[in-house]
Write a protein that binds this ligand. Structure first.
Ligand code: ADP
Length: 388
């Protein structure tokens, strides 16, 4: 019995209500019981005085004095006894009725308090079982209502994380399938003697294995930046030095593809407050893309400008361009404007997602502008300037 009370919130509430009611009732009864004799005396004394002044002197005034409880077993004593009986009876009935109605009221109130808690318990059990669309009703504005609201927010976040997880697994499986199919198909064809076991075939297999390698590296990097599992160490940095470092790193590749790489640096640019390695990683991602999507004879330009307390960096190219309807999606992982072209060019579809995470971790913003297919693109990002 005690265990059942301890384990159930409804029973505990009911017992605590009843305890409060009992204490109140006992205090009421005790007070009435102990104060009523004195009150009785006082009221009779007032009656005495009324009789003494208002009535004749011939002893009729015994009406009040004769009713006194102290006067032995006479009329006064009987009167006092029946007053006590009346009081006891009235208090008994009043106590019983009050207890019954208080019991009913506390049952209703404790049910109202307990129901939303039971609903929350049920819903959390169903979420734990994998039912992520589960929500509870947000009826009241009190603490239980707030609990329901934050529970629903938590459930929505869990559902979102679960959807992302499923989508990521689907995307990764899809990305792995293409190179694996090529490798498997080539090896099978070699075994069947349909494909010569020569350098051409080995080169094809090697390039697909490289693609797999790049994908795995990018995925690892993405999971690190998405989880924030890296330490950002922003310090005063001269961005032109980073731009020059990126230019030097890509100079050969641009030269080999006959794409011009130009750097346009203004005078008196303030220093930025960034983690140099991370911003170099962003620049490298943007430059690699520009090189990938710009045909021979094209040009890529890196520019910088001071905009208020931000520094804006631009990597613009004269390459493939991006149609308007794709502009806002290119920063989503595995999103590609032209799927087969990007894969053939060796893209993993993750580079811009990583760049967006890194720029946003600095409190900046990244976006792209393009006049459309074949019209080139300009990727811009901002980072905070270092306070003077
Ligand atoms: P990928 O590895 O496929 O290049 P990204 O995340 O770097 O993946 O880019 C996503 C998509 O955005 C690319 O597949 C491509 O369609 C488009 N894109 C990125 N940079 C450029 C660019 N400079 N010119 C044209 N399209 C681009």
């Amino acid at each position: 019995m005690m265990n059942a009370v301890r384990e159930r919130l409804g029973a505990r509430l009911l017992v605590s209500y009843l305890a409060v009611i009992m204490v109140g009732g006992l205090v009421l009864l005790g007070t009435v019981w102990f104060t009523s004799p004195a009150a009785y005396e006082r009221h009779l004394a007032r009656l005495d005085t009324g009789a003494g002044t208002g009535e004749s002197q011939d002893g009729a005034s015994q009406s009040g004095a004769g009713l006194r409880r102290g006067q032995g077993g006479g009329y006064g004593g009987e009167m006092y006894a029946s007053f006590q009986d009346t009081l006891r009876e009235a208090l008994g009935w009043a106590g019983l009725t009050a207890l019954a109605s208080a019991f009913g009221a506390s049952l209703l109130v404790s049910r109202r308090v307990v129901r939303p808690v039971q609903e929350l318990t049920g819903a959390s059990g169903r979420i734990a079982a994998g039912n992520f669309e589960e929500r509870v009703q947000e009826t009241s504005k009190d603490e239980i209502g707030q609990l329901a609201r934050s529970f629903n927010r938590m459930a929505a976040r869990l559902q979102q994380a679960e959807n992302l997880r499923r989508q990521l697994i689907g995307d990764v499986a899809h990305e792995l399938r293409t190179p694996l199919t090529t490798i498997k198909g080539s090896v099978e064809a070699m075994i069947d003697g349909k494909l010569p076991a020569g350098p051409e075939t080995f080169r094809l297999i090697y390039s697909e294995a490289e693609r797999l390698n790049r994908l795995v590296d990018d995925l690892q990097e993405l999971s690190r930046v998405e989880a924030g599992a890296y330490e950002l160490q922003p310090r005063k940095t001269a961005l032109p030095a980073l731009v020059r470092a990126a230019q030097a790193r890509f100079a050969n590749q641009f030269h080999e593809k006959s794409v011009r790489l130009q750097v346009d640096l203004p005078e008196g640019l303030p220093e930025a407050c960034v983690d140099g390695d991370r911003i170099l990683q962003v620049l490298a991602n943007l430059l690699a893309n520009s090189l990938r999507y710009t045909p021979a004879g094209g040009q890529v330009t890196m520019r910088m400008a001071s905009v208020g307390d931000l520094i804006q960096v631009t990597v613009a190219d004269t390459g493939a361009g991006i149609p308007a309807e794709h502009l806002e999606h290119v920063f989503t992982r595995f999103y590609r404007v032209d799927k087969s072209r990007s894969r053939q060019a060796g893209g993993s579809g993750i580079g811009l997602t990583i760049a967006r995470h890194l720029v946003e971790a600095h409190g900046g913003r990244i976006w792209v502008e393009s006049r459309g297919r074949g019209q080139g693109s300009a990727f811009h990002f901002t980072v905070p300037a270092s306070p003077a």
